[in-house]
Design a protein around this ligand. Structure first.
Ligand code: NAP
Length: 285
């Protein structure tokens, strides 16, 4: 039995959709059954639980042989992921698949990738079989950029000359669903999969150009002052920790500390290219 976490969010939800398309039965741990009722309607077995409550995680693990670990960024992410990993180990979970990030590279000062590094380290020393799936910068991070670019003619982000490779959320979910269900599961164990779409590594001038072509009007990259950006994103995040952490992460991209890197992993494992940024943006216009 597969256990998913995070199905009311981006990647867990995309993984759940992909599993349902394959006709695979699975269980999902959710905090709020009502919020997940559409999944129950499609036959998903829901277990009410919370990472803050290890007993609920233990209950969810009964009869499970592989589990996907997803948590959003936040000041509790590292503590809760480490607790989940301990509970999984104690419950004898055979195989854990963790959603991580390619920015989780030693030497980072940014709390978001540092939390991923701590969880990856704990998993690798736990004795469980493991797989890390690390999608690059989500295309969905540009969800609001099309509307803003139409209004202002700008892509305003504090990315300097930094570069990213980009990945579509749905591709990430389909990739994880493939890993979870491949008959040859052993080939995916002890693998750290950094996945990207087919686009080349781009700086933010390149991305502004793609947005411009998609909306059919000029768009320039506006290198937003990092401090002003941090203030502007504050209302959209849960708390100061979160907006500070995102600003630190973006500063590491801007100063080239974590340059984008494209991989052919998605193409090799899935036998098809992922969605391009242009294809994704076209769905927004
Ligand atoms: N943004 C990027 O470009 C990027 C790139 C690569 C990797 N990542 C990584 O992706 C991860 C986030 O994935 P996402 O975008 O899919 O997250 P998301 O959309 O924010 O979804 C988070 C999920 O976790 C659930 N959750 C939160 N707290 C929980 C708790 N205490 N107990 C049980 N469930 C809980 C949420 O449930 P509720 O509905 O109950 O809140 C939701 O289903 C982060 O670790 C991030 O570092 C991001």
């Amino acid at each position: 039995m597969i256990l998913l976490t995070g199905i009311t969010g981006n990647i867990g939800g995309a993984t759940a959709r992909a599993l349902l398309e394959k006709g695979v039965r699975f269980r999902a741990l959710v905090r709020d059954r009502a919020k997940a009722s559409a999944w129950a309607d499609q036959g998903v077995e829901l277990v009410q639980g919370d990472f803050e409550d290890p007993e609920s995680i233990q209950r969810a693990f009964v009869g499970v042989d592989r589990a996907l670990l997803v948590l959003p960024n936040g000041e509790v992410q590292e503590r809760l992921e480490l607790a989940f990993i301990r509970t999984a180990k104690d419950a004898g979970l055979p195989w854990i698949i963790k959603l991580s990030s390619p920015e989780a590279v030693r030497g980072t000062q940014s709390p978001i990738p540092l939390a991923h590094i701590a969880a990856e380290d704990a998993i690798m020393t736990s004795g469980m079989k493991w797989t890390f799936v690390r999608p690059s910068f989500y295309m969905q991070n540009f969800r609001g950029s099309v509307k803003a670019a139409k209004a202002t003619g700008k892509l305003s982000m504090p990315m300097g000359n930094g570069t990213v490779a980009v990945t579509d959320n749905n591709d990430a979910g389909q990739f994880i669903a493939h890993v979870l269900t491949d008959a040859d599961s052993a080939r995916h164990q002890s693998q750290c999969y950094d996945i990207t779409g087919p686009d080349p590594v781009m700086n933010f001038h390149d991305i502004a150009k793609v947005i411009s072509e998609v909306i059919g009007q000029p768009v320039v990259y506006d290198n937003y002052d990092p401090k002003a950006f941090q203030e502007a994103i504050r209302p959209f995040h849960r708390n100061q920790w979160h907006s500070d952490a995102v600003a630190t992460l973006f500063a590491e991209i801007a100063n080239g500390r974590t340059p984008g890197h494209k991989t052919d992993t998605f193409q090799k494992i899935m036998g098809r290219p992922g969605r391009s940024l242009r294809e994704y943006l076209n769905t927004l216009v």
